[in-house]
Design a protein. Structure first.
Ligand code: ZN
Ligand code: ZN
Ligand code: ZN
Length: 420
């Protein structure tokens, strides 16, 4: 039997065969791998070049095309592309209507290679008339992103309805973003007489309405599950900066399930006119939850009394499994502030959008998994989405999104969490 010798790394206790030591300069395989990794990282640090692909370019359309080209490039650790001065949302915000229209025409006429991304972004960040793009994409039987159809003409709507059996999943999503009487009547008809193609769907056709934040009520009318206004929650530039929406402040309540302190995930000052789109009749709306239990996906409901104070809802169902309290570190309080500039209500709606994983008040939620408009425990109606908090906005390498929902009629709130 060969006698093993100690790995040369003084911090390592592994014993290795002399034959291995000869090949590795005396260290064990894991230590050798680690040393190689460190050398590689050092090489990258010392040799990486900063490249500014936007240097000297001010034309907004050119900047967008460069954005697209960079996004298509294979990752090269030796090149660090400096980011564009403006986010895509800002670039589209600065473009004139004429520039946007020209861009749509350019995509459609030249079948431009960057077309899909740019058309999606135009639909997301501008109010532009998409008709030409819609006709073009329908010929290609391309129906995503669905909000591209948000203002489709009744002719285009009719064409979608006629073609629905060719791609029910995508076409129903497109129809849900149109939400006109024509679509309501059609959804209602499909609800009463489900056609054959509905057999291949996981949900009934009318429930696709939820993809765009509404549902078909018993009277075949649209019931909104989201708010028609959206403001991003952005990082504070200084600790002193105040905000009419505070995040993750400490609550006096304790979670009845895990006994850890609860947090006011959001507190809205509803005396401020900027928040008048939130349908709640009190001066304050406090959404309290247990960050820990909510992150395990169980709906934890709070009942808000007439003075605005939330308390534990008596119908909360204790989950079978509870998370480990020892892992719990509360999210940092008050790191975000409400932007004064409204964003697109669709800014989080598409999984490929550059703004999906961001915090916001109002708009369509960026569901990471399936949409989750929980029924209110008091009236059984679907609750309304109020705001979302993306954990990565407040902690480095944070993951997942907390979603706050409200039943304004019953003053009941809930928080749910999703991650990839
Ligand atoms: Zn070792
Ligand atoms: Zn808890
Ligand atoms: Zn209710």
């Amino acid at each position: 039997m060969t006698r093993k010798i100690k790995c040369q790394n003084t911090e390592c206790t592994a014993m290795i065969l002399p034959a291995t030591a000869e090949k590795t300069d005396g260290v064990c395989m894991p230590c050798q791998r680690k040393a190689k990794q460190i050398a590689k990282e050092k090489y990258i640090r010392e040799n990486r070049k900063d490249i500014d692909p936007y240097q000297g370019i001010s034309d907004l359309v050119e900047l967008l095309k460069i954005n697209f080209e960079i996004s298509q490039k294979n990752y090269d650790p030796l090149i660090n592309y400096l980011p564009c001065k403006y986010s895509s949302e800002e670039l589209y915000g600065m473009m004139s209507q004429q520039q946007v229209t020209q861009l749509i025409d350019e995509v459609v006429q030249n079948n431009a290679y960057y077309g899909d991304q740019i058309i999606g972004e135009i639909a997301l960040f501008t109010e532009a008339d998409m008709t030409n793009a819609l006709i073009f994409y329908m010929e290609l039987e391309a129906y995503s992103p669905s909000y591209m159809f948000r203002a489709a003409s009744s002719q285009i709507t009719q064409n979608l309805i006629s073609n629905v059996s060719t791609n029910p999943d995508k076409i129903l999503q497109a129809l849900s973003s149109i939400r006109t009487d024509q679509v309501l009547a059609q959804f209602s008809q499909w609800r009463e007489h489900p056609p054959k193609w509905t057999a291949e769907l996981f949900i009934p056709p009318e429930e696709y309405a939820r993809c765009n934040g509404w549902e078909l009520d018993d009277n075949a009318q649209a019931r909104e599950l989201t708010l028609g206004t959206c403001y991003p929650l952005i990082a504070k530039t200084s600790v002193q900066q105040t905000s009419i929406v505070t995040t993750c402040t400490k609550s006096d309540d304790t979670c009845h399930w895990c006994n850890s302190p609860m947090s006011n995930l959001f507190e809205f000052d509803l005396r401020e006119s900027q928040l008048s789109f939130i349908p709640f009749s009190q001066e304050k709306l406090i959404i309290t939850t247990c960050e820990l239990c909510a992150s395990y996906g169980d709906h934890l409901f709070m009942k808000i009394d007439k003075d605005g104070k939330p308390s534990w809802h008596e119908n909360n169902q204790r989950p079978d499994y509870l998370p480990d309290i020892d892992d719990y570190a509360p999210l940092p309080a008050n790191t975000l502030t409400l932007s004064h500039k409204a964003g697109s209500v669709y800014r989080s709606a598409d999984p490929f959008s550059p703004t999906i994983m961001t915090s916001q008040v109002g708009g369509l939620p960026g569901w990471v998994q399936d949409f989750s408009y929980t029924p209110c425990p008091d009236c059984q109606k679907s609750m309304i989405f109020i705001a979302q908090l993306a954990v990565e906005d407040i902690i480095d390498y944070g993951e997942g999104i907390y979603y706050a929902l409200l039943c304004p009629d019953c003053s009941v709130s809930t928080v749910t969490y999703q991650q990839t």
